[in-house]
Design a protein around this ligand. Structure first.
Ligand code: GLC
Length: 571
C-alpha cells in the first residue's frame, strides 16, 4: 500500500491574529478526483463498475496523488439518468455493493490520506423512490403528493400540461399520471422534482447529511444546487415569460435567494461535525451570484465552470482566473477549477476540434461533432491532448481546488461512436436523437491494454469501449516518462510540495498567447497557447512541463512549472 500523503504545509494566509499558524481546511486547495462509480472498475464482472472495484484501485488513486475522491451517485437507482435518479439516499445500489462495502471504501481511502465526497441530489428523487410511489398510490389531494409538485392539467379536460415548460433534457417538463394529475420534472420524467416548501422534505435531507457524515464522509457535492426552491404560485408563467424573467434571486425556478435558507440549515448540520463537513455547489448561475453559494454560512464552496466553457487560450485563461479569484474572495471561499466532468465532452477532445469564431461555447461545438458521428478528420487528437495537458498544468498551479474527472489522467478522448441502441443518456431519447448526450465521457476506463473490457472487469462494459482505448490503458502509461498518467502523478506530487498561500501575481509576457503567474515562494507557471516558443526570463529552475524539453523555453501548446532560484515568501 502507498504511504499516506504528508499534510500540506500551513500557508501564510493562515495566521490568526495572535500569530499562530492554523492548518487551513483540507478542501480549500485540494485536488478532488471525480469517480463515476458505474464506469470506474468492475469487481464482480457484471459490466457495471462497483464499490469493490473502487477499493481495488485505491492504491492507484493514492499513487496518482489526489487529496479527495468525489463519488458520483452510487445509490439504488433505475439508472434513468446515470444514477442521478436516486431511489434511496441512504443506501447503496445492490449492483454496486452494500453499505458495508461503502464503509470499507471510506476506510481504504482514509487509510491512504484521501478524503471522500459524496453526491447529494436534492432537486428530484427517482420515480422509484418510496415517496413518489406513495404519491402515485395515494391519489390527488393526498398528503403524499405534497412532497412533490402535482398540478391539474389545462384544456377542457385537463389533458394539456399545466405549462409549456421544457425539461433540461428536452421534451415537456410535466408528465401525467393515471388519475389525470401532472407532476413537474425539470429533468427526465423519472426524476420528479421535490417540493422544498415541505418540512418533511427538508428534514429528510438533514437526516441524509447526518447519515453520511456519521459514516465518515468528509464532504458533499450538491447537484443542481440552484434549483431546489421554487415559486409556483398561480398563474404560472409560460416558457417564454420564464425565459424573459431576470435571474435576480426572485426567478420562479432558478437561483432563488430563498434556497440559502435551506443551505443555512445544512451548514448547521455540517458544522456540528469535527472537522466540519465540506460542501460544494453545482450551481449554474450568473457569476456574480456564485459567491452566495460559496459563503461559509451557505455551502462553503461552489463550482466555477468558466474554464470548462473557455477555449484553450491564454488571454481567456488569465481573464477568467482573475475574475474567479475575485469572486472567491468576495465569499471568503477558495475558487475551484474544472476542465472536465461527467456532463461535458472531455477537454482533450474539445481542444482538438476546429476553433470556433468565439460565438459558441466549445461544449456546443463538441456536442455538434458528436452528433455528426464524431468525424475523425475533424478531430486533431494529438493537438487536443497536447493542449489538454497544458491546460491541466495551468490549473493545477492555481490557488484553490482543482476537480479532475476520471480518465483525464489517461489522456482519454470522448468516445463518439456509441450505437444508438447502447446510448443511456436520457437526453438522447428525449430529443429523439437530436442530442446524443453525455455517454461518450462515461465509457468504462481502460486499465489494461489486453483483456475483454481493457481490465475494467471480468465481464463486458456497460458502454462500448473503442479499440483505441488500448493505447491509453493505465498499464501502458505506467512507467512511461512521457505519458499523461506520469505527468499527472508528477504534477500532483510536486504541487503538494509547492502548495502555498492562496495568492498569485501575473508576470508580463508581452504576448497575448502566453500567460505567466507566480505563487508565493517562487512557484512560476507559464502557459503558451500559441505556436511560437516563448523564453521565460529570470533565474528560474525548470521543474516540470507538459511537453519534453528543458531550459527556459516553453514551446507552443505547453505549460512549464519553474521555481525561482532566489525564492522568498513574497511574490
Ligand atoms: C447535474 C448532474 C447531471 C444530472 C443532473 C440532474 O447537472 O451533474 O449529471 O443529469 O444534475 O440530476
Amino acid at each position: 500500500m502507498t504511504a499516506p500523503h504528508p499534510t500540506a504545509p500551513a500557508t501564510d494566509t493562515d495566521l490568526v491574529p495572535d500569530g499562530h499558524a492554523v492548518v487551513p481546511p483540507w478542501w480549500r486547495q485540494a485536488v478532488v478526483y471525480q469517480v463515476y462509480p458505474r464506469s470506474f472498475a468492475d469487481a464482480d464482472g457484471d459490466g457495471l463498475g462497483d464499490i469493490a472495484g473502487i477499493v481495488s484501485r485505491a492504491d492507484y488513486l493514492a499513487e496518482l496523488g489526489v487529496d479527495a475522491v468525489w463519488l458520483s451517485p452510487f445509490y439504488p437507482s433505475a439508472l434513468a439518468d446515470g444514477g442521478y435518479d436516486v431511489a434511496d439516499y441512504r443506501d447503496v445500489d445492490p449492483r454496486l455493493g452494500t453499505l458495508e462495502d461503502l464503509d470499507a471504501l471510506v476506510t481504504a481511502l482514509h487509510t491512504r490520506g484521501i478524503k471522500v465526497v459524496v453526491d447529494i441530489v436534492p432537486n428530484h428523487t427517482s420515480d422509484q423512490h418510496r415517496w413518489f410511489q406513495e404519491a402515485l398510490a395515494a391519489g390527488r389531494g393526498s398528503a403524499a403528493r405534497e412532497r412533490y409538485i402535482f398540478r391539474e392539467g389545462t384544456g377542457p379536460d385537463g389533458s394539456l400540461p399545466p405549462t409549456d415548460w421544457e425539461s433540461t433534457f428536452g421534451g415537456p417538463a410535466w408528465t401525467r399520471v393515471a388519475d389525470g394529475q401532472w407532476y413537474l420534472h425539470n429533468f427526465a420524467a423519472e426524476q420528479p422534482d421535490l417540493n422544498w416548501d415541505h418540512r418533511e422534505v427538508r428534514d429528510d435531507f438533514l437526516t441524509t447529511l447526518r447519515f453520511w457524515s456519521d459514516r465518515g464522509v468528509d464532504g458533499f457535492r450538491i447537484d443542481v444546487a440552484h434549483m431546489l426552491t421554487k415559486d409556483l404560485s398561480e398563474p404560472l408563467p409560460s416558457a417564454a415569460e420564464l425565459k424573459a424573467l431576470p435571474r435576480d434571486g426572485n426567478h420562479p425556478l432558478h437561483d432563488r435567494d430563498d434556497v440559502h435558507e435551506v443551505y443555512a440549515e445544512w451548514r448547521t448540520v455540517l458544522n456540528s461535525y469535527d472537522p466540519p463537513r465540506a460542501a460544494v455547489a453545482e450551481a449554474w448561475v450568473d457569476s456574480a451570484r456564485v459567491p452566495l453559494y460559496a459563503r461559509p454560512e451557505s455551502l462553503g464552496q461552489s463550482f466555477n465552470f468558466d474554464l470548462l466553457l473557455a477555449e484553450p487560450d491564454a488571454a481567456q485563461f488569465r481573464r477568467l482566473v482573475t475574475d474567479n479569484l475575485e469572486l472567491a474572495s468576495r465569499s471568503g471561499s477558495s475558487s475551484t477549477w474544472v476542465l472536465s466532468n461527467h456532463d461535458v465532452v472531455r477537454h482533450a477532445t474539445r481542444y482538438g476540434l476546429p476553433r470556433g469564431d468565439g460565438s459558441r461555447d466549445p461544449r456546443e461545438r463538441g456536442a455538434d461533432w458528436l452528433l455528426r458521428g464524431g468525424p475523425e478528420e475533424e478531430l486533431d487528437r494529438d493537438l487536443g491532448l497536447r493542449l489538454a495537458r497544458a491546460a491541466t498544468l495551468f490549473v493545477l498551479g492555481l490557488p484553490g481546488s482543482t476537480y479532475l474527472y476520471q480518465g483525464e489522467e489517461l489522456g482519454l478522448h470522448e468516445v463518439a461512436d456509441i450505437p444508438a441502441d447502447r446510448r443511456q443518456d436520457p437526453t438522447f431519447a428525449r430529443t429523439g436523437g437530436a442530442h446524443v448526450g453525455r455517454d461518450g465521457c462515461r465509457v468504462p476506463l481502460p486499465w489494461t491494454a489486453e483483456g475483454g473490457s481493457f481490465g475494467f472487469g471480468a465481464g463486458g462494459a456497460h458502454l462500448p469501449q473503442p479499440a483505441w482505448f488500448a493505447r491509453h490503458a493505465a498499464d501502458v502509461q505506467d512507467g512511461d516518462p512521457d505519458s499523461t498518467l506520469t505527468l499527472y502523478r508528477r504534477a500532483l506530487a510536486l504541487r503538494r510540495t509547492l502548495q502555498t498561500a492562496e495568492r498569485l501575481e501575473w508576470v508580463g509576457t508581452g504576448r497575448e498567447d502566453v500567460v505567466h503567474y507566480v505563487r508565493p515562494h517562487g512557484w512560476h507557471v507559464v502557459t503558451n497557447t500559441g505556436t511560437e516558443p516563448y523564453r521565460v526570463a529570470g533565474d528560474l529552475e525548470r521543474l516540470l512541463a507538459s511537453v519534453p524539453g528543458d531550459g527556459p523555453d516553453v514551446p507552443g501548446g505547453s505549460t512549464a512549472w519553474f521555481r525561482s532560484r532566489r525564492s522568498s515568501a513574497g511574490l
